[in-house]
Design a protein. Sequence first.
Length: 94
Amino acid sequence: MSDARTLGQALRREIKTDAQADELIAKQAKRLAARWRHDPVGFARQALGLRLTAKQAEVMRAVAANRQVSWRAAQKVGKSTLMAALALWWIFTR
């Protein structure tokens, strides 16, 4: 039996109410938000499952470190995906 399945079964036995489940979820969300607060690349890869190009990762790190960022890019290189991921990162971690 996998560790995840065993953990899931143990949690189901421990959680008796919706309030307990909500509290557990809130604690996990806070831990993840703290871990990703300064790591938008990790958020995009782990939370969103994105495969970022080196340039996209560079831009995300620049956004995390600077108040203003600009870059030049051609068509169809993932600018909209990058901006959506950054918006979600910002909302989730702030």
